[in-house]
Structure formats: structure tokens, C-alpha cells
Design a protein around this ligand. Sequence first.
Ligand code: CP
Ligand code: NVA
Length: 308
Amino acid sequence: MLNPIKLESKNFLSSLDTSCEEFLHILELAKSFKNKDLNVKLKEKVLGLIFDKSSTRTRVSFQVAMSRLGGTTVDLNPTTSQIGRGEPIRDTARVLSRYCDVLAIRTFKQTDLEEYAKWSTKPVINALTDLEHPCQALADFLTIQEEFLDFKNVVLTFIGDGNNVANSLILSGALLGIELRIACPEGYEPNRSVVNKANAINGNKNLLKITNDPHKAALGANVLYTDVWSSMGEENQKEEKDKVFNSFTINSHLVDKADKDAIILHCLPAYRSKEITDEVFESAKSRIFQQAENRMHVQQALLSCLLT
Ligand code: CP
Ligand code: NVA
């Protein structure tokens, strides 16, 4: 019988905070939770949610995951707490980790998340920063595994902004040793240090390919993935990005370039006729809502490991 394992790292701040084996174990646990084969109880454990940005999926899937595990959550945001009035992170973290057993934080700077983790005596989870979205990547790879059974020969193509979602796909892809292609407009490539870390893991295998040509990147791919063109906090760049990303929409022409059994993923929220057409979003190839559901199962698995 599968059981949660204690992870080497206290926190989950980055996709590189698990080993490949730990990552795969979390996916196995998530499948067991999804099939209701696993009964882990974290009675009376409390997850603190600190969200400096909006969220539907991440917030609710964490709340439901914790409730299914027999625990509970408290939900803080800048307007209802002292955080928005400038209370230092090091003070907030020291107080909240005396009340809560684990914290999930959505904020802007990765360094702020790291500051929380430094001062918290309890595990801290990255619920999205400008740099990474590692919980999303767990759900994405669970969805891919459900479709293709393993990661052998899977080519994952991300088309769009080289942002937090792309960065976590790159790092998790490197852990799993899969071919990852990123197609983005010039100047919107993924974070340099993320690319360097992935290349260091990949060694001489040339598994990470970054191009400005979405058609080249889509050729024969098994998964086509996209995200919003303007992320939270980039509202003032929207007009410009809509123009720059104009030829990076996942439409039926692009889907035709991919493998005939390719699936479509999107982390959501989606803007139809921008990064993806309504036709592709609603097509039989879309696994977007399965992917959204999987957020809850992987987070149940992650929480059970971090609280073991
Ligand atoms: N994909 C995702 O993180 O969605 P939310 O912003 O709704 O949490
Ligand atoms: N890149 C997007 C992801 C939303 C889940 C953002 O940061 O807004």
C-alpha cells in the first residue's frame, strides 16, 4: 500500500524542491487519492493560505484538499490582514507558523516567498510567484501521465509567454527527462537561471528547445500547452503583449502540426481567441478540466507528504 513519504526538502518553493523519485511518488499518491484508494487523515492540521494575487483554482483546490484530509484552512489576503499595511514578512511568518502547520503563499517575488520560508518554522508551499508555479506543474504532469501512462517519448510544447508556468514546466520536465519545447516571441523567453538549471540537469541531451517559431515547436508534439499572454501584475502590458503574441494562438492549424493523438493543456484562466481558440479549447483533444481537477489531487498528495 502506498504511503506519503517525508520529502527531503522542508518546503515546496520550486519544482526543483523534489527529486524525480519524490515527484513521481507524489503523482502516484495523487492517483490513489483520486481513485479513493488512500485514506490519509491530517486531523486538526491547519493550512494557512496567504494570497497577494487573485485565485480560483489554487485557493479552492487547497481548501478542498485540506478538508478531504480532515484538516482545515485559514485564508488571508492583503486587504483583510496586516500584510497589506506593510507588516514585515519575517514577523508574519513567525506568527502564522505558530498557528498553522503549513503555509501556501501566492505572491509576486520569489524572494518574498523565500523570506517567508526562512522565517516560518513550518513548511511553505509556492502557490504561484512571478517566477514559478510548481503545484500547477505537478497537476500538468499527472494529466500527461494519465494520458500517455509514462513520460517516455513524450514531447511537451509550451506556446506563449516564458513565464512562471513555463518555468515550472521546464524544471519539472528536466527532472523527468522529457523533451520540452518553448515557443515564445523574442524577448519573452523563459527565465535565464531556470533555463541554465534545466540545461545543467539535462546534461548533453539537448532536451530543452526554445524557439520563436510556434509551428516548428508544435511539429509532432504530444502535448500543446498554453497560458495567458499577460499574467497577473502585467495588466499595463496587455495591449502591447496582445500585439506581440498575435501569431502564438493555439488554433486548429497549429494543432494539425502536432501528433494526431496530441492533447491540449491550459492552466486557466483562459482568454479565448487570444492564446487559444474556442474551437481548440472545447475540442475532444482538450484535457483542460481534467488538468484543473488534478490540482486538488496532487495538492492532497503534496500536503500529506509535507505533513508526514
Ligand atoms: N491555474 C491557476 O493557478 O488558477 P488560479 O489562478 O485560479 O488559482
Ligand atoms: N501566468 C499566469 C498563471 C495564472 C495561473 C499568471 O501568473 O497570471
